[in-house]
Design a protein around this ligand. Structure first.
Ligand code: M6R
Length: 607
């Protein structure tokens, strides 16, 4: 989604802004712009397309005391240079960048128009610059404070005024903003990746909070202009983690990182002595964990598919009723919060609007909601009632990969904890732990033969429809495999329970529509093989991801990719990896923009 970066200090402002925007590219955008303040005026450059085009259009000799930049992901108004941010008021004295949506902009716009204001863009955001100009009486903080109550909707906002050069005022309501503190320099951004190369000291703004900053310092305050003292937090990501490190794409790098990221997610959280696990962030006493009667998980996209697996696993192994629901649906269904239910909000970014708002709704109804997030300091992580970090490191590719397997790891540990407190025997706990600890080396084996998946992609990438089919714990893996393929290759793909095809999707089967079956050697294997035969009888091309040594599957399928034999509960980890790699190579064959697929954003901060 949209990204913001701002800077006050002695560096070349345009370079800091362009570099920051480049770091925000991964979030998804269609145009970008910057405004730089010298002691008298703003120089503003806006461009549709990639940051390199913006960079080429910025004059080299541009001088500045401060500046703000923005990557826009269009919501109101088409993608063009005029609708790109920053937006100025008519006199050119106020300039703003805005993330979020101003829901009442039409009413505000008509009123301003009736007073003679001329609008140049079709955006909702432009009203903000005109309003601030109207309320400005020599103090930018005051003007912003007066305007914010007029805005309905969400904003992460950064504002400058020509009469106060070198100053940026920021405000947050529903769209993240973080300050970076340097040595006689200050940064503001919607995402720490934009400022990570300059500072590790961050202050996260909460909703309803504002900041005024210059190169010499900052003041945080609320809408009543009461000063607020905020804690300075250390950013624990390294700059190398947001570089491609020799890989052609972040997605490929992140697929390979899973060997290490899964290990990181379970390291220090498993105990062979107790055959159980420990998730400190849950902050729950054993009695509380004992009294859980129901687990409910909310999430979106890939995080939702990981949550579906988690719910299956918790019911099956810990014998506690568990469900996963789409957060976008939970928010508006007036959810019932039952006693002794434990809720999880699962989100890689920790900023997904659907999940955040659903979490708040559940909390309003008395739910305890634990966060499972990757981004430290993200809104869901901060507003949840405890939780666990994935420690996957930054996930830059829009297509989520390593977050999925780390989310699974956390829920596998959580299941183990619950199961061991109830009926699971010590030996079974040890088996479970060993199974989980073997996952990274099994993934390493899978990643040593990605050439096979590349050949598979070369054979199938021209097909326009693909079905992904799996059952039990691997049914959500089929859903995730289909999502990966469609989002980065634009091949239409659908995931189904293999058992469901006879209830409708089998009508799609013909020689042109391949079915990719996920066939672990578990209790449902024979049933999945029957489903494969149903497809074969209708001349549908058959791909299978199966377990080494499964000659029966190899005989039926046209193509098979083998994963190592493992504890049967661990196959979701092993089966999702070839799905990711297959999708990656299909996208490469089709020449797609793998890391930034069309129309998509990394962090979906609008509803
Ligand atoms: O940051 P979150 O995990 O909350 O994001 C949820 C979805 O937007 C995300 O998983 C999306 O579906 C990805 N593009 C999938 O690869």
């Amino acid at each position: 989604m949209c990204g913001i970066v701002g800077y006050c200090g002695p560096r070349v402002v345009s370079q800091v802004l362009i570099e920051g925007l480049r770091r925000l590219e991964y979030r998804g955008y269609d145009s970008a712009g910057i405004s730089i303040a010298d002691s008298q005026q703003f120089t503003t450059v806006k461009k549709t397309g990639k940051i390199k085009e913006l960079s080429a259009a910025v004059p080299e000799d541009i001088q500045g005391l401060s500046g703000i930049g923005h990557t826009r992901w269009a919501t109101h108004g088409e993608v063009n240079d005029t609708n790109a941010h920053p937006h100025l008021d008519g006199s050119g004295k106020v300039v703003i960048v805005h993330n979020g949506i101003i829901e009442n902009y039409e009413a505000l716009k008509s009123k301003l128009k009736s007073q003679g204001t001329v609008f140049v863009s079709e955006t909702d955001s432009e009203v903000i610059s005109h309003l601030i100009a109207q309320y400005y009486e020599g103090d930018l903080e005051h003007a912003v404070i007066k305007v914010l109550p007029l805005l309905k909707g969400t904003y992460g906002l950064a504002v400058m005024h020509t009469s106060e050069p070198g100053k940026i005022v920021g405000a947050r309501n529903g769209s993240p903003l973080v300050l970076g503190i340097g040595d006689h320099e200050m940064f503001i951004a919607s995402d720490v990746t934009a400022i990570l190369q300059y500072t590790k000291e961050a202050v996260y703004l909460n909703d309803g909070e504002l900041v005024a900053m210059t190169k010499d310092g900052y003041k945080t305050f609320d809408i009543n202009n009461n000063e607020i003292s905020k804690q300075i937090e250390q950013i624990n990501w390294e700059i190398e983690q947001i570089e491609k490190d020799g890989f052609p794409h972040f997605m490929e790098k992140e697929i390979y990182e899973q060997v290490a990221s899964i290990k990181r997610a379970f390291t220090g959280r498993l105990s062979l002595d107790t055959a159980s696990g420990h998730l400190g962030g849950l902050d729950m006493l054993p009695q509380e964990l004992h009294s859980i009667e129901r687990v409910k998980i909310i999430a979106a996209g890939t995080s939702y598919y990981a949550s579906l697996i988690a719910a299956y696993l918790i019911e099956r192994i810990a014998r506690i009723p568990a469900t996963a629901e789409l957060s976008s649906e939970v928010r508006y269904k007036n959810p019932i919060v039952e006693r002794n239910s434990l809720y999880f909000a699962v989100s890689q970014s920790g900023e997904t609007a659907d999940t955040l708002y659903a979490m708040r709704e559940l909390q309003r109804k008395g739910a305890k909601v634990l966060g499972v997030c990757n981004v430290v300091g993200s809104t869901i992580a901060r507003e949840s009632n405890g939780g666990v970090y994935l420690h996957s490191g930054p996930e830059i590719a829009v297509a989520s990969t390593k977050a999925f397997t780390s989310q699974l790891t956390i829920f596998y540990i959580f299941t183990l904890i619950l199961a061991r407190m109830r009926h699971m025997a010590f030996e079974d706990g040890l088996e479970f732990i060993k199974g989980l600890q073997s996952v990274p080396s099994h993934i390493e084996q899978i990643l040593s033969k990605t050439d096979e998946l590349q050949s598979l992609a070369r054979k199938y990438y021209k097909h326009t429809n693909v079905l992904f089919l799996g059952r039990g714990l691997n049914y959500p893996v089929a859903l995730e495999g289909a999502l990966k393929l469609k989002e980065i290759s634009y091949i239409h793909a659908e995931g189904y329970s293999a058992a469901e095809i006879k209830h409708g999707p089998i009508a799609l089967i013909n020689e042109e529509t391949p079915s990719l079956f996920i066939v672990p050697d578990d209790a449902l294997r024979d049933k999945v093989i029957s489903n494969m035969k149903e497809v074969k009888a209708r001349k549908g091309p058959l791909i299978a991801f199966a377990v080494e040594g499964d000659t029966e599957v190899a005989e039926i399928a046209d193509d098979v990719f083998f994963v190592p034999k493992a504890n049967e509960l661990m196959y979701p980890f092993l089966m999702v990896i070839p799905s990711q790699v297959f999708a990656y190579y299909c996208a490469i064959e089709l020449g797609r923009d793998v890391d930034q697929p069309r129309n998509l954003a990394k962090s979906v901060t609008v509803e």
